[in-house]
Write a protein that binds this ligand. Structure first.
Ligand SMILES: Nc1ncnc2c1ncn2[C@@H]1O[C@H](COP(=O)(O)OP(=O)(O)OP(=O)(O)O)[C@@H](O)[C@H]1O
Length: 599
């Protein structure tokens, strides 16, 4: 395809306007706070060579606050009886009292206040403003305080009351907005309230099969470990036993863990099936099922396995168990498919479905394939020249293939930038080593495939670089979501060239929706795009993606009885909303879904 206008225009425009000079590059997370006082600043390059970074609501943003409370760096040990006993982890924590929130200390909740919230379904429980309003058990409330979670995030305000009321839920909320706690708290609270952790294991123990009450599935090993760590923290001194099972690690160790009894099992699908087939785990007593990154779990790569686990392995059916699906993205065709697993569920969208948070400043640079390495070098030199390189400032670089990940890692290391790489061809020990080395700042650059795109909550990731853009816009949303988390700002830079043309429309729409400045040349590409948006999964954009809502609405326009509520702000009080059409029986076809480039 010839694109005469683009070849000249784009290259020229790019080199003139976007190429940063080396010395002056200042990622936003490390700019001094006084920059935040101007309302609309072009601050990426202090010489102004890259204009267009408007710090919206900049006064309310938080820049590079070190030492926020997380256990992300925690070294995993086989048995850690007291996760709160780790003095150096407490040292990392800063006490965030309620009155200081929004003032630069603690999580910056102001950043989330104007996010529209959309709920639909029958008898939607009202949202809350504080954790105290929710009927959580005391011991869990204590742990929430230990975690310095002073206020619930918007998704937690809405999702936790829904889940505590026993309702099935499909929840969509932006990356880094606290979805993990939104499904963990109701599960832990429910197990304790119903005394499930005290009763069930005893009579069944002799069988050497464990009968967890809750199953949390996630697509990657690292994410399962992370959820396990979180759930253990939240369950501290509750008596609720949490275990993790994932592939690539010795199964015998995991079997021994199962033998000790498990209330909440966090797992990747493959290893779980293995454990079930060995009769080490039975799903017969499952009361709670949560799918994190649910759209990924139900796309073509995983769906058969998930269906097998949920429908053919003794798990109680929808209605008897409570099912919660969470993700930052939820394409319509996956919503349809997911409804097979749900009963009379509530749909919750905090922000538009599949949108990215405007805490992330998105830049797109036109970079020819052959220039990518030198352009990356420019960026990294710029960061280093400004003293921005190391433990407090991690850079995550996404590439399309495992081979490219290894090659780029080697090249960066040889050129004086300590880097590591993570991808699906590495053995698990190497993957964990890479992640540890990155988190600790020993190698402040990590080159990754999409295996690291979802869910990972790594403190201090300040810059995500899409060295190769993904084919699917939702993958882009998840990738850039590794920065700009929990109210902190971050930056995402994408290298775009003709090969990414199919993504141009969806990308420019996404950026515009997140109040980002869209380069003129990208708008031109988008205008010429044959696609309404790129999707490796055969998805059509326009209607589905930016409709940003419960797919059942479309069905209702064909005759269902459907009501929904939209809140202008997340702090609004919920009127009851109702949905009375069946989630099942619409006869939807699942359509062609092509697996994306997952490891
Ligand atoms: N109420 C809260 N107060 C303070 N911090 C919170 C609160 N809830 C969650 N966090 C922190 O916010 C960070 C992001 O949370 P989490 O990893 O659950 O996001 P997520 O929505 O699941 O993101 P992703 O879509 O990328 O998976 C975590 O470090 C978590 O500890």
């Amino acid at each position: 395809m010839t694109m005469s206008w683009a070849d000249d225009d784009v290259a020229d425009w790019t080199s003139r306007t976007f190429r940063p000079t080396r010395a002056n590059y200042v990622p936003p997370h490390l700019r001094s706070n006084n920059l935040a006082s101007s309302d609309s600043s072009s601050v990426l390059f202090s010489d102004g060579s890259s204009a267009g970074y408007h710090l919206k609501r900049s006064g309310s943003r938080e820049f590079g606050r070190p030492g926020r409370g997380r256990w992300g760096n925690r070294r995993r040990v086989a048995r850690e009886p007291n996760p709160f006993d780790v003095a150096d982890k407490f040292a990392e924590l800063k006490v965030a009292e309620e009155e200081t929130l929004g003032n630069g200390d603690g999580i910056n909740f102001d950043a989330y206040e104007d996010i529209p919230v959309d709920t639909s379904g029958s008898d939607v429980p009202s949202p809350v403003k504080t954790f105290a309003e929710i009927d959580l058990v005391n011991v869990l409330n204590e742990n929430i305080k230990r975690c310095k979670y002073v206020k619930p995030t918007p998704v937690q305000r809405h999702a936790i009351p829904i889940a505590i009321a026993g309702r099935d839920l499909m929840a969509c909320a932006q990356t880094g907005s606290g979805k993990t706690a939104a499904f963990c708290f109701p599960i832990i609270s429910g197990i304790i309230k119903n005394q499930l952790h005290k009763e069930q294991q005893m009579p069944l123990r002799g069988s050497r099969t464990t009968y967890p009450h809750a199953l949390i599935l996630s697509p990657t090993r690292e994410l399962s470990c992370q959820i396990h760590d979180e759930a253990k923290k939240f369950s501290y001194e509750t008596g609720v036993k949490v275990a993790v099972a994932y592939g690539g690690a010795p199964i015998n160790h995991q079997i021994r863990e199962m033998d000790r009894g498990v209330d909440i099992l966090v797992a990747t699908p493959g290893r779980l099936v293995d454990l079930i087939e060995r009769a080490k785990v039975s799903l017969r007593m499952i009361k709670y099922l949560a799918l994190d990154e649910a759209d990924r779990m139900l796309d073509m790569g995983f769906e058969p396995q998930i269906r097998k686990i949920v429908e053919q392995m003794d798990m109680p059916p929808p209605g008897e168990r409570q099912t919660m699906l969470f993700s930052a993205t939820f394409p319509n065709e996956i919503q349809r498919l997911a409804s097979d697993f749900l009963s009379n569920y509530i749909f919750l969208a905090v922000g538009r479905v599949g949108s990215s948070t405007d805490l992330i400043e998105q830049r797109v640079e036109f970079v020819l394939e052959m220039d990518k390495r030198s352009y990356l070098m420019d960026l990294l030199h710029g960061q280093r020249a400004n003293g921005i390189h190391g433990k407090q400032s991690l850079t995550l670089v996404f590439v399309e293939t495992k081979r490219r990940a290894d090659a780029l890692e080697n090249w960066l290391s040889k050129n004086g930038f300590p880097a590591t790489a993570i991808h699906g061809d590495k053995v698990q020990v190497e993957r964990e080593r890479a992640l540890r080395s990155f988190k600790s700042g020993n190698t402040p650059i990590m080159v990754a495939t999409d295996v690291a795109a979802r869910g990972l909550d790594i403190p201090h990731v300040a810059h995500v670089i899409n060295f190769d853009l993904p084919k699917d816009i939702d993958d882009y949303v998840h990738r850039i979501g590794r920065t700009g988390r929990a109210g902190k700002s971050g930056i995402a830079t994408a290298f775009f060239n003709e090969g990414n043309q199919p993504l141009s429309k969806a990308l420019s729409e996404l950026m515009r929706e997140a109040n980002q400045e869209v380069p003129e040349w990208l708008t031109k590409y988008a205008g010429r795009s044959l696609y309404s948006g790129a999707s490796g999964r055969g998805r059509k954009y326009g209607g589905a993606r930016f409709g940003g809502h419960d797919y059942r609405r479309e069905a209702s326009s064909r005759g269902g009885n459907y009501h929904s509520s939209t809140y202008g702000t997340s702090s609004g009080v919920a009127p009851a909303s109702s949905y009375t059409a069946s989630a099942h029986g619409y006869g939807f076809e699942h359509g062609p879904i092509v697996a994306s480039g997952w490891d």
